[in-house]
Design a binder for this molecule. Structure first.
Ligand code: GDP
Ligand code: IMO
Ligand code: MG
Length: 429
């Protein structure tokens, strides 16, 4: 068995899309297992730039791409994304793309609620992507979701809609909003249903069939461990489990199948949205990281907050997700810095911590303890082999892997697919 599970080990945007695309040509199937179109994965192949939110990054190489049951699916966003990629020359059809028939749907009422709550929260907002992700997951665990399979039975939806609308109408009334327009919702679902249903199937079955035939399966995580609803910086998190364990429950293959866990780790730290961020830099260094790294959100266009590499957080993420090896990305963004810093611990009210505490107030208060290293004057940008890296950049990589107690499997040195250094092949581990 040579499967690989890719997860983000920070607050998302680590470069998962690039790495999944690079690995996809050697996989037989790529599966998204959580999140929704809050994700924004950018792939650069020559002159072409592909921005994916819902579709697995394997679709660009034509690899069988699957949306697993753990994803929350907005049917209209799906259609728009498929149309956009088709216009870019990517072929997407019922042969190379499938959606789990037990996927819960994101409906317009979820987007409404996401927006109403964020507006009402004012400065206390989470800073969500506004895509309705949280409300859709709430309805899933509240057992009132409409799922992909329901689109084939819209005439029998009355009692489900009663439950769903009773819940949402009460919430909407609290925000001074009119009740859900049921007739309009049913009409919209009727219109989109055939489009979604052409891809719908029991994907657990398909995955188990290809697995038995010896397929290599690549599981593509969205967001990052620090946005995990249990292990992240709660409540400033997304509403799904982003850790590697979800690859099994969110796809319909068991934990024994998830294989090598590849944690994607940016050589510095970024975060988009609200919440604690111990190594955040609001000075010209942070500005420089943001500019060099083009740190603007793919989904919302928001400026990402930037800071030094936090080894405490990444060590914690790697432990929680059982990371086998990491892909260190965006090393080139650190080119040209005289000095680089790494956070190796925290100080909290006179005590030194080697982990990130759970309580929001403590998370907000910890002060980073830094180790400083010399930067490198040569460039890593575009390097495709270890030998192309300046000695001091290699020292940085070695220090990172020592501090996070996890080896480096890949290094990424530009947005371009092929600017990637393979240190240890996750597929042949
Ligand atoms: P994802 O959400 O984890 O897939 O990451 P995003 O695509 O949201 O953000 C990563 C950004 O960095 C994208 O614009 C990528 O094209 C770019 N990127 C990925 N790897 C590298 C790298 O090694 N160097 C540089 N400079 N950019 C990279
Ligand atoms: P990728 O897959 C970075 C953040 C949002 C917000 C919080 C909750 O591209 O790494 P949500 O809309 O999920 O309820 O928002 O999570 N967030 C992400 N940040 N990358 C992402 O995905 C993200 N998806 C959600 O900014 O802080
Ligand atoms: Mg992203």
């Amino acid at each position: 068995m040579a499967n690989v599970t890719v997860i983000g080990a920070q607050w998302g945007d680590e470069g998962k899309g690039k790495i999944v695309d690079w690995l996809a040509s050697r996989a037989d199937a790529v599966v998204r297992f959580q999140g929704g179109h809050n994700a924004g994965h950018t792939l650069v192949v020559g002159e072409q730039v592909y921005k994916l939110s819902l579709l697995p990054s394997g679709i660009v190489t034509g690899t069988l791409s699957i949306i697993g049951n753990g994803v929350v699916l907005d049917p209209w966003a799906l259609k728009a994304e498929i149309e956009k990629l088709t216009a870019q020359g990517v072929e997407i059809n019922a042969e190379n793309f499938a959606i789990a028939d037990n996927c819960p749907l994101i409906l317009p009422l979820h987007r409404d609620l996401d927006g109403l709550r964020e507006t009402a929260a004012g400065s206390g907002k989470i800073g969500t992507t506004g895509r309705g992700i949280g409300p859709a997951y709430e309805d899933k665990v509240g057992r009132r979701a409409i799922r992909v399979c329901d689109l084939a039975h819209l005439d029998a939806l009355d009692s489900q809609l009663d439950r769903l609308c009773a819940h949402h109408d009460a919430l909407r009334a609290g925000f001074g909003q009119p009740p859900v327009d049921r007739a309009a919702l049913i009409a919209e679902l009727r219109e989109i249903a055939p489009y979604v249903l052409q891809f719908a199937q029991p994907v657990w079955k398909r995955l188990n069939t290809v697995r038995k035939a010896g397929a290599r399966i690549l599981f593509e995580g969205a967001q990052g461990v620090l946005l995990d609803v249990d292990h992240g910086t709660y409540p400033f998190v997304t509403s799904s489990n982003t850790v590697s364990g979800t690859a099994a429950s969110g796809s319909g293959l068991g934990p024994s199948q998830t294989g090598f866990v590849l944690g994607i780790v940016k050589a510095y730290t970024t975060r988009v949205g609200s919440g604690p961020f111990p190594t955040e830099l609001e000075d010209e260094v942070g500005q420089r990281l943001g500019e060099r790294g083009h740190e603007f959100g793919t989904v919302t266009g928001r400026k990402r907050r930037c800071g030094w590499f936090d080894a405490v957080l990444v060590r914690q993420s790697c432990a929680i997700s059982g990371v086998t090896g990491i892909a260190l990305t965006k090393l080139d963004v650190l080119d040209g810095f005289d000095k680089v810093r790494i956070c190796t611990g925290y100080r909290l009210r006179g005590k030194v911590l080697d982990y990130f505490p759970a309580h929001a107030a403590d998370q907000a208060e910890v002060e980073p303890i830094y180790e400083e290293m010399d930067g490198w004057s040569g460039t890593t940008a575009g390097a495709r082999s270890w030998a192309d890296l300046p000695a001091q950049a290699i020292k940085y990589i070695q220090r990172v892997q020592e501090l996070i107690e996890t080896p480096v499997a890949l290094v990424s040195t530009s947005p371009e697919r092929e600017d990637t250094i393979l240190v240890r092949d996750p597929f042949v581990d």
